[in-house]
Write a protein that binds this ligand. Sequence first.
Ligand code: WT7
Length: 653
Amino acid sequence: MTDLSHGKTYPPSPEWQARAWVNPQTSQEMYDASVADPELFWDEHGQRIDWFKPYTRVKNTSFAPGAVSIRWYEDGVTNAAYNCIDRHLETRGDQVAIIWEGDDPSESKHITYQELHDEVCRFANVLRNRNVSKGDRVTIYMPMIPEAAYAMLACARLGAVHSVVFGGFSPDSLAGRIEDCGSRVVITADEGLRGGRKVALKANVDAAIDRLPPGVDVDHVIVVRRTGANVAMDPLRDVWYDAAREMVTAECPCAHVDAEHPLFILYTSGSTGKPKGVLHTTAGYLVYTSITHKYVFDYHDGDIYWCTADVGWVTGHSYILYGPLTNGATTLMFEGVPNYPDMSRFWQVIDKHKVNTFYTAPTALRSLMQAGDAPVKATSRASLRLLGSVGEPINPEAWEWYHRVVGDNRCPIVDTWWQTETGGVLISPLPGATTLKPGSATLPLFGVRPELVDADGKVLEGAAEGNLVIADSWPGQMRTVYGDHQRFMDTYFATYPGKYFSGDGCRRDADGYYWITGRVDDVINVSGHRMGTAEVESALVAHASVSEAAVVGYPHDIKGQGIYAYVTLMSGVEPTETLRKELVGWVRQEIGPIATPDLIQFAPNLPKTRSGKIMRRILRKIAEDDFGALGDTSTLSDPAVVDELVNNRQNKR
Ligand code: WT7
């Protein structure tokens, strides 16, 4: 079996072993204990959070076919905002909770735990005044400004359920998400600001609400002033947050909620259908994000921790806000992008705020790598101790560059594998304990039982390659698909009955290390963002000139995977360059810029079986430039279609 890291390994340094919460021996002992007696282990760690009423039952979970049910600490009563803020006030009131770094390097802000408390209470009161209460859904469509964090925590304080929609999504995508969860309140900003460019958030909200079907109503839109742009305000529906904030106090009680009370919904793409509303609940999620934040990032009091994600993704939920704040950490929130004003921005921010732990995505590293070492070397980065990676497999070349150039050969890298559905990291090195292999997420975290299975569900032992499943529940796991428990069971527990199926392929080497090989379903990973090929296809066929579309991923140097679309036009429509551009713009408008097709091939015919099913395997191979491996084409209704497709393959950019 090929070792993609060329056999190079990086054992934890003696300094790291001495400093870290766990070393090679203690981490092994802790892992063994966690899987030998999960009840005992998770009871002990249930104490990571404060309870209004303690639980008596730790774990009540079943992956049984047709009866999947996941409940942790179920009879306990708590509150997420209380755990992230109030309980820290006595000891950490004056400690910085959030360092905010604006898009413009001259703008930054330090928010203490006391200030965070006051702002979250004010936001909660503004929501309360608009009838938001326990269980209500609130959609948040915001730039990366402190008010996004205040809004999320304000929902948690009231026991309302937030649904954050990434600011890069289109009005249509936003409308679908508002409708699916029935939010009657939307929180947004006049405009967002990224890389010096403005994003018309409020205008998008207006367009989304216009598109809602009759009977679906948004009663209130709360608008935070960010750029000061002149935006349309509906006097009956819209309110400026700054004005509403003036009317309320900085005190608001925390709702007492059950451990399994919903905390948030986050929509994510799957292989079929519309995006699913992944539902996470309160106590297990907090316990899991806090324990993983502590051990994976080896968080100690006083550390400055920075995760570059957007709060519109799960990484922002779990590792900018909930995990770090539960731990009383100082967490940095960045509004901007890696290449603005210049390619040194990340490293300048690290120097400016003396960041110790830096967590980002391989796609960002690959694009920065292209600019060479100079923009990195122009900065000190002396404060850095630990680096992290998330979102997609990190290729060994990017890993080595991150380690050597960014980390000056002294910072371990934690390559963290997880998903929106898992709530927190499941497979990752621990910096004081794990010998690193570039490109491998290494070993399971405490309480996590990964297995590899073959297509028939047979469990593979030892060194093997197969599909990655998890054999038992962990507290951070999603509980259901909002409003559709059957879909939850069908998507994750039906392929391999009794097991959670991740959708990822994976290899395990002779040392038991896990190497994620990527999705095995019709989901592609573009710049660390998950995209359902079916969603892009349905956007394309919604265009008047398109009769049929098939979308696959292909290897892309920067993005990891690019979007390759085969498009059959309506008869009589000419395949022109202008139309190609129009279709690219169309998909951006329908879904959002993250779904921009990289390549569109006009295909008069698509390869189909005699029963009319598109053979995506062949399309994938053509997009990958792997013509030698097209496999069996004899079941095609017209094998000549394949030659036609190969001859017209679009070139990579
Ligand atoms: C998919 C989940 C939760 C992180 C943000 C993405 C891929 C994620 C890694 C990694 C290899 C990774 C998987 C997974 N992925 N982290 N360290 N190594 N692949 O969350 O949007 O739910 O996507 O991202 O394919 O299934 P997501």
